[in-house]
Design a protein around this ligand. Structure first.
Ligand SMILES: Cc1cc2nc3c(=O)[nH]c(=O)nc-3n(C[C@H](O)[C@H](O)[C@H](O)COP(=O)(O)OP(=O)(O)OC[C@H]3O[C@@H](n4cnc5c(N)ncnc54)[C@H](O)[C@@H]3O)c2cc1C
Length: 615
């Protein structure tokens, strides 16, 4: 090649190289710009989205276009149910650099709320959420086989107590919980117990007239004598020891309950300081300190038995789908009730709305029935009224709001014919009975402005709703074409909206108001009846029967050993809590469901440990 051609080719190559450099530099800057604008500049940005109970606000810190930290800085999610979901979801988002991660079992709405709020934060940072793609799903772990002395299935009040007691006695215990956090329905209750026979009762309640016999009679009376006497005997005689054990040995912080409800014939109600979430905090730590193992998001599916039908273990499924086969000398079922499993509910419950946790599916009950366990009282549930069906088949528990509005304010309960049918200041069970006696099983609370303001204030105070705007959203809900709440200055219009007989209602209001002027309620004996203010706005909200706790379940003996249909114990199988039926008959006294869960848990855990050879 001659010099001139060579120089020409070199110039061409340099020109091409220069163009490529320019193009690549441009491309690189464009990419960098795209990265900056799509993932946002570094810094901290907030995002807001709806969780289960209301708005959740997150703050997201970006470093080099990567999600470096996520914090939930404001939320109104349920204490005792959602702490693990918040911790798991925020950690997973940081670990995967994506707002598209797995939900925590039992707290789906909270998990999704966080993910959506992080998406909003990415947008607020000038980025696009879909440029933070979901990580690839890891393959499930290998199936595994585990062995221990005692398996406890279910980590609510009954299960954690059984697990702690068995572990304290020296048993090697594995606790399986299908949700992402221990707690079950128990985490939602106030943490109250009956303390009959405890040192605490003598010292702090100064009650001299209580006894296991009196407690037994009270439980049977409220349970309408439909109780299993053996279960009532056990709980009456052992709850005092359980309370002493919880306070003295476990260190659970109990105090005298704020209210001594009058369904008890003695002062015996105590409550955990910090409600049930505080109970779980102490008990979970105790369990781990005693060497216990907790497997969360692990659902037991089948009881293993040998050729003599003795229980030998449990098959469970982990969150990623891998199978865990567990062998043990004792199994304690503590899986709670079956209120969320429509197929197990009796037809007599038509019109009742459920307000417990959707995970109350009766798993342990079904597993035991499958191997021949006997059952008791399956048709009984603990019923209330004053439910507002804000989601189909699920009711908000608005009892406190309705009670506050109808006491000392212009408010009455009426049926669809517009008639009053019950004393608004009577007992809750009278109101529940009056509701379910109606053919359509529905009452309505008619309120004037003053009563309605009280209803709203109490709903906010009890966190039934988080803001008045949340309550206002009820006005757009229709279930089966019917509204759950309405307001109007005209009773005629109100009745038309709600499907209530207008003439009947107008007549009822006229009679009630005339009697109020005389300061009396000769029809139902309402205490201090207050007339409905005429000429202002009227409000009406439905009152539907609701339940969460099933009172029936498996039959057990005094050791919480599960009985088979021939009346003999199913070998190596024990129960704790609501999975066992009969203790509370047709209805339970205040604090008795929680007392049963925890009291039967200690008895069942101890018996299971002994059965496993640990003493
Ligand atoms: C909103 C609300 C308020 C209440 N208020 C009161 C009150 O004031 N006073 C009172 O005495 N009672 C009250 N109760 C009732 C009381 O809380 C329950 O009866 C009691 O806590 C039941 O305890 P448990 O241990 O049997 O069941 P739970 O606490 O429900 O525990 C059962 C556990 O088992 C787990 N589980 C289920 N199936 C499986 C499976 N296959 N594998 C692994 N784990 C499984 C569940 O996830 C759950 O964590 C209330 C209940 C609710 C819902």
């Amino acid at each position: 090649m001659d010099q001139e051609r060579w120089e020409k080719q070199m110039r061409k190559a340099i020109a091409v190289f220069a163009v490529m450099v320019v193009l690549l530099t441009g491309l690189w800057s464009a990419l960098a710009l795209a990265t900056e604008t799509s993932k946002g500049p570094d810094g901290v940005y907030e995002g807001v989205a709806g969780g289960h109970n209301g708005e959740m606000t997150v703050s997201v810190e970006f470093k080099d276009g990567i999600i470096h930290d996520v914090k939930v800085i404001r939320h109104v999610e349920t204490a005792g149910v959602t702490e693990n979901a918040i911790a798991n979801t925020t950690a997973a988002i940081v670990a995967t650099n994506s707002p598209d991660v797995d939900v925590t079992t039992g707290a789906t709405f909270t998990s999704r709320g966080i993910m959506n709020a992080v998406r909003k934060a990415i947008e607020n940072a000038g980025g696009k959420a879909d440029e933070f793609p979901a990580p690839e799903k890891a393959a499930p772990a290998e199936d595994e086989i585990l062995e221990c002395d005692v398996i406890v299935v279910g980590g609510g009040g009954g299960g954690i107590t059984a697990a702690v007691r068995a572990a304290q006695m020296g048993a090697n215990v594995i606790l399986l919980e299908k949700n992402g956090q221990l707690g079950g329905d128990t985490a939602l209750n106030a943490g109250t117990l009956v303390a009959t026979g405890s040192k605490f009762q003598k010292e702090f309640l100064k009650e001299e007239n209580d006894s296991p016999e009196l407690l037994y009679e009270d439980i049977m009376r409220i349970g309408k004598h439909a109780n299993d006497p053996a279960m009532v005997r056990v709980i009456s005689e052992t709850i005092g020891e359980t309370v002493d054990w919880l306070i003295d040995e476990m260190g659970v912080p109990y105090d005298v309950a704020a209210t001594q409800y009058p369904d008890h014939s003695a002062n015996r109600q105590i409550g955990v300081v910090g409600r049930s979430p505080a109970f779980f905090e102490v008990m979970e730590n105790r369990f781990k300190a005693f060497g216990g193992t907790v497997l969360l998001e692990t659902r037991a599916t089948v009881l293993l038995t040998d050729e003599e039908n003795s229980v030998t273990g449990v098959v469970a499924v982990a969150k990623d789908g891998h199978k865990i086969t567990l062998y043990a000398r004792s199994v304690v079922l503590a899986t709670g009730g079956y209120g969320a499993n429509i197929s197990l509910l009796p037809d007599t419950l038509y019109g009742y709305k459920f307000y417990g946790r959707s995970t109350d599916t009766g798993d342990g009950f079904l597993m035991a029935v499958d191997i021949g366990a006997d059952t008791i009282n399956l048709d009984y549930v603990k019923a209330y009224t004053q439910g507002v069906e804000t989601v189909p088949n699920r009711a908000l528990a608005a009892t406190a709001s309705s009670t506050a509005a109808s006491n000392g304010h212009g408010a009455i309960y009426v049926n669809t014919k517009g008639e009053r049918v019950v004393n608004e200041t009577g007992t809750l069970s009278e109101q529940t009975e009056a509701t379910v006696e109606q053919e359509d099983r529905i009452l309505y609370l008619l309120m004037d402005e003053d009563a309605y303001r009280t209803y709203v204030a109490k709903s906010l105070e009890d966190r039934l709703v988080t803001t008045e705007d949340d309550l206002n959203k009820w006005y757009s809900i229709k279930i089966g074409g019917r509204p759950v709440i309405a307001k109007s200055e005209s009773l005629d219009e109100l009745c038309e909206i709600m499907g209530i007989d207008a003439e009947g209602l107008k007549h009822t209001v006229a009679v009630y108001n005339a009697n109020c002027e005389k300061g009396e309620d000769p029809i139902f004996g309402k205490v201090n009846p207050v007339a409905l203010d005429e000429g202002g706005m009227y409000y009406i909200v439905e009152q539907k029967p609701r339940f969460c706790t099933t009172l029936g379940g498996l039959k057990a003996d005094a050791d919480m050993a599960i009985l088979s249909v021939d009346g003999t114990p199913v070998k190596n199988l024990f129960g704790a809590g609501s999975v066992i039926g009969g203790a509370n008959g047709r209805d339970s006294m205040t604090a008795m469901m929680n007392s049963w869960a925890i009291g039967s848990g200690r008895v069942g855990g101890e018996a299971a440990a002994k059965n496993a050879g640990v003493d």
